[in-house]
Ligand binder design. Structure first.
Ligand code: FE2
Length: 514
């Protein structure tokens, strides 16, 4: 292995904040390493890059107020080809704030139409239409990266989609198009459903009315429906006000903020200007709102747009929060149309814990909505604490059998009182059973993406024939690793040994070579 940068994994903040500690502690160096050591055998069909994004503050932050979701984005990538691991790179996404903190010259031009500038694109990374995109939500600008993870610039899909996108688009396996639901306080009481075509341009947008200004992290896409989760985590306009303000201005400013922000649309350039400070804002202006109704909205995929109102059926549910659906599908049972929503669900969010999602432990739940009668039922499938659900996404929107989640204990789940632990669960919805991957007990893992084995000829593969891929941290070796597991047995196929620890981040994807 050849290493081109000195490795420095010093923790940059005191462990007074569980979102800056242990597996979540940021790294302070960008590294390029080639010809990486591999244990096991990397399958030959893996030709491309595994990419994963996550928050990694570039500068010193205040542990008392730092929110995990606000750290500057850092993408970690490993390129695989011909059974070899060609390179590892980690790069901060170059927002204006990151450039300033690193002492680099400002970008020649800023694209304020792409979204707000005050946070980094830190949540997801994927390849679409020949481009690598670092994604974030909430009206914040997304960024295009080069194949080697250098920042190209803010992304507005060639001017076809402005005001921010989402970290969780879903690719329709039949068309290759990206479907998304975007939220932003600047959109007033609406969220935007969009379809980005295979050329990387928005071909359709639909504004959907909601009850206020919710944080809408993800949505579900089925063969027929767009399903949105309008849940009681909403904008707290007080958090939008500047921290330093003359005393006499504070009360009128609060009244204006409460009356306007998140209630009426803010023109895009103004919203961008409100957030163009070069210093990153490390607090999150969203909080639990017990007065906000919890609802699931179901919209046929082809309604609304071009001036026509979206047709949405709303179903009330118990107050809760959902970041991530595992999958959703509809089917006919006894001549009733039934919608099945598998999700990771929290009882509360950002209520007592205002620095991250540690209020309550997330569980694997299922809502079943009878679209014929309107009845909604809720079911707990697994009460162990878990997150980061993934499936074989060639089945996205249709009935799945298997789902993969990461069990998380300690760390931020118990406010840092005990050391973090993790596990990989494989859920079998056909039998109702689950298995725990036989991983090295010293490994901590993050999200694992499913990469299907390519079909050979006309032989159809089973749903779980593929590789689970994601980063781990081996405590005993103090080493970052890219883990490749056989998705059928959850046993290790190969481990790529990385030159530095990779902090637990958010989401990653396999990006096959074009
Ligand atoms: Fe997410």
């Amino acid at each position: 292995m050849r290493l081109e940068a000195e490795v420095n994994t010093a923790v940059t903040a005191a462990p007074a904040n569980p979102y800056l500690d242990d597996f979540l502690a940021p790294v302070s160096t960008e590294v390029t390493a080639t010809d990486l050591a591999v244990t096991g055998h990397i399958p030959d069909f893996l030709d491309g890059r595994y990419l994963r994004n996550g928050p990694n503050p570039v500068a010193e932050v205040d542990p008392a107020t730092y929110h995990w979701f606000t750290g500057d984005g850092m993408v970690h990538g490993v390129a695989l080809r011909g059974g070899r691991a060609d390179w590892y790179r980690n790069r901060w996404v170059r927002t204006a704030g990151v450039r300033a903190a690193l002492g680099e010259p400002a970008a020649a031009a800023r694209n304020l139409r792409a979204g707000m500038q005050s946070l980094g694109a830190n949540t997801n990374v994927l390849a679409h239409a020949g481009k690598t995109l670092a994604l974030v939500e909430g009206g914040v600008a997304n960024y295009e990266l080069s194949d080697e993870l250098d920042t190209v610039g803010a992304c507005d899909f060639d001017g076809t989609l402005t005001g921010g996108y989402t970290a969780h688009p879903h690719r329709d396996p039949r068309t290759g198009e990206l479907h998304a639901v975007s939220y932003s306080f600047a959109r007033g009481r609406t969220v935007q459903y969009s379809v980005i075509d295979a050329h990387g341009h928005a071909r359709r947008t639909v504004d959907i009315e909601v009850s206020g200004s919710p944080m809408m992290h993800d949505f579900s896409l089925t063969d027929k429906y767009v399903v949105i989760y309008d849940l009681p985590v909403t904008l707290d306009p007080m958090q939008m006000l500047p921290k330093k303000m003359p005393k006499w201005m504070r009360h009128p400013a609060q009244l204006v903020a409460q009356a306007v922000v998140g209630r009426v649309p803010v023109p895009g350039p103004i919203a961008a200007l409100m957030n163009r400070n070069e210093r990153s804002a490390y607090q999150l202006p969203y909080a639990w709102n017990p007065k906000y109704p919890a609802r699931i909205g179901v919209m046929p995929r082809d309604t609304g747009g071009n001036g026509a109102a979206a047709v949405v059926r709303w179903f009330e549910i118990e107050p809760c929060y959902v970041y991530h659906p595992l999958n959703a599908y509809s089917e006919v049972r006894n001549s009733h149309e039934v919608l099945v929503l598998d999700v990771v669900r929290y009882e509360r969010m950002f209520d007592r814990d205002r620095r991250g999602p540690g209020d309550t432990a997330p569980t694997l739940d299922r809502w079943t909505i009878n679209l014929t009668t309107g009845a909604v039922t809720s079911e707990r499938r697994d009460d162990r604490s878990q997150e980061f659900p993934r499936i074989n996404e060639t089945l996205l929107g249709s009935r799945h059998r298997f789902g993969y989640t990461v069990g998380i204990g300690g760390g931020f789940v118990d406010s840092g009182r005990s050391k973090m632990s993790s596990a990989l669960y494989k859920h079998d919805y056909a039998t109702g059973s689950s298995m725990i991957a036989p991983l090295d007990p010293e490994l901590l893992i993050g999200e694992m993406s499913f990469v299907p084995r390519p079909a050979a000829g006309s032989v159809s593969l089973s749903e779980d024939d593929g590789i689970l891929m994601g980063y781990g941290y081996h405590r005993g070796r103090d080493e970052g690793q890219l883990l490749l597991l056989d998705a059928q047995t959850c046993e290790s196929v190969a481990t790529v040994h990385l030159p530095q620890r990779v902090p637990m981040g958010f989401h990653g994807n396999w990006a096959p070579r074009d």
